[in-house]
Design a protein around this ligand. Sequence first.
Ligand SMILES: C[S@@+](CC[C@H](N)C(=O)[O-])C[C@H]1O[C@@H](n2cnc3c(N)ncnc32)[C@H](O)[C@@H]1O
Length: 257
Amino acid sequence: MNTLPNEFLRTDFGHEVYDEWYLEQGSYNFETPEFVERHFPFYEKALQLSKSDNILEAGCGTGSYSREFARRGYHVIGMDLSPNFLSEAQKITQRENLEIEFILGDYNEMNFEEKFSVIFFEGSFFYRSKEGLISLLNRIHKALTPNGRFYFVHSNHSILKKQFPMDNLSEIKKNVFVVQRGEYNESNDIERCSWLKIDLETHKHYKCDFSIMHLPPDDIKNCLMEAGFKDFHFYKKRSLEDFHPEKDNGFSLVAKK
Ligand SMILES: C[S@@+](CC[C@H](N)C(=O)[O-])C[C@H]1O[C@@H](n2cnc3c(N)ncnc32)[C@H](O)[C@@H]1O
């Protein structure tokens, strides 16, 4: 039985998740410029960046990482499927007198051919099935120039699943309440999360319901090989140390075409 109005029932893990209300009133905290800056020595080393690189930041959100690339003199294009995030990214970038091209698009549908020497995902690499992952990796492989590099951060499924089930009810800010619930399905490694936010002044409410997959590192390795990547390294998250599957909560992966 379901008596909730339709607007309550958005279920896409797309830009609706990040809509205007979410951006303005939610508590979504993007990384601070200090956090972003702190990890650049790692990106520069692990990705062997050079000023001639042509970088795509996929899932750039409000553009914190794209701006740091630009500040350091790299050429970068930011892509996101949220128009609201992109307009926010543009506003902040103009305020800082930086020039970055931002494109609206779903990275799962990217269709570039040998266009970028680096494709970079930070907190934005999502897939919902093994087939979806392989299809995305194929597109990334095609979009990279020869010797191109590709980077993403991934959670360690064996540690992540211990946090579930997750129930959380808390006041966040400005009279907005959030109710959150998360489950982890061990048979397919899919995390499903839903949350509801209610603005107690306006009674505006927003529900988000999404599922994402977290494959074990060996499965990811196989998918990378299937997509044609031959050279890859699993680092401890944003660090030049090697990843330890038993103790690290996630990894940073750099793959070379
Ligand atoms: C957690 S935010 C991270 C944003 C940014 N990388 C940062 O760390 O500041 C995830 C971003 O990925 C974007 N995103 C999710 N799925 C996407 C897709 N299929 N194509 C393009 N962008 C996507 C969302 O709109 C959101 O801006």
